[in-house]
Design a protein around this ligand. Structure first.
Ligand code: BMP
Length: 217
């Protein structure tokens, strides 16, 4: 089942970039039943350690964990890193789209390709080149900034069927309603949820906003 099938009426992927191990357990406990997909990062691995990550993933078995590895190494390294992540229980991995050809690991994990970032980067000068490369690669979805609506709508128009997941919501200025209106299937949200006093309430509020696809009203 792909991410659309797994998520039901949830449009929020939680990004957990905490610097204290207990916070991962606390937030996932509070968001029990709501957080169906969670993106971890290298920061999460540095904080929890390999054993901690494995423990977390095996405790929250129902959650679809994506490792935001931003893989951009040579082929054999991407391959070896992906193999470890899959062994640990990750179900999705994020790969940079600027490498030519993109070194897609052979893995059973879902593969999401980052094609542009929430801040300006040289991706912006190369967007068409990157997208042409991406179109020839087997993928599960794309990571596209949710706070840069011009980029988001351009990618959506060129990739009408791809799953698009979009960071940049909340602290980085994007709105969940605008992101889904302009083409995101799911918004990736971190600090606005885990940094809030009421993570559950905030999760639900942002999810409602994403579902509403309301932008600028
Ligand atoms: P926050 O919602 O707290 O701003 O977190 C955004 C998350 O999305 C972080 O995990 C960050 O690494 C990730 N991200 C991003 O912010 N911009 C990008 O272009 C790509 C990302 O993966």
């Amino acid at each position: 089942m792909d991410l659309r099938g797994l998520m039901g009426n949830i449009r929020v992927i939680l990004a957990l970039d905490e610097e204290e191990p207990g916070a991962y357990w606390r937030i996932l406990g509070e968001l029990n039943g709501l957080a169906r997909a969670v993106k971890l990062s290298w920061l999460s691995i540095l904080t929890l350690g390999p054993e901690g990550v494995r423990e977390l993933l095996s405790k929250f078995r129902d959650i679809y964990f994506i490792m935001d590895a931003k893989l951009a190494d040579v082929g054999f390294m991407n391959e070896r890193i992906a193999r470890k992540l899959e062994e640990w229980g990750f179900r999705g991995v994020i790969i940079h789209g600027f490498v030519k050809p993109i070194n897609m690991p052979r893995t059973g994990m879902d593969k999401y390709i980052l094609v542009s970032m929430t801040q300006e980067t040289h991706y912006d000068n190369l967007l068409d080149t990157v997208l042409a490369e991406v179109s020839g690669v087997e993928r599960s979805g794309l990571v596209v900034p949710g706070n840069r609506l011009g980029v988001l709508s351009r990618v959506r128009s060129l990739f009408p069927r791809d799953i698009i997941i979009s960071p940049g919501i909340g602290v980085q200025g994007g709105s969940a309603g605008c992101a889904t209106k302009y083409g995101a299937d799911f918004v990736i949200v971190g600090r606005a949820i885990y940094g809030s006093r009421e993570p559950r309430g905030e999760f639900l509020r942002i999810n409602e906003e994403a579902l509403s696809m309301r932008c600028g009203v």
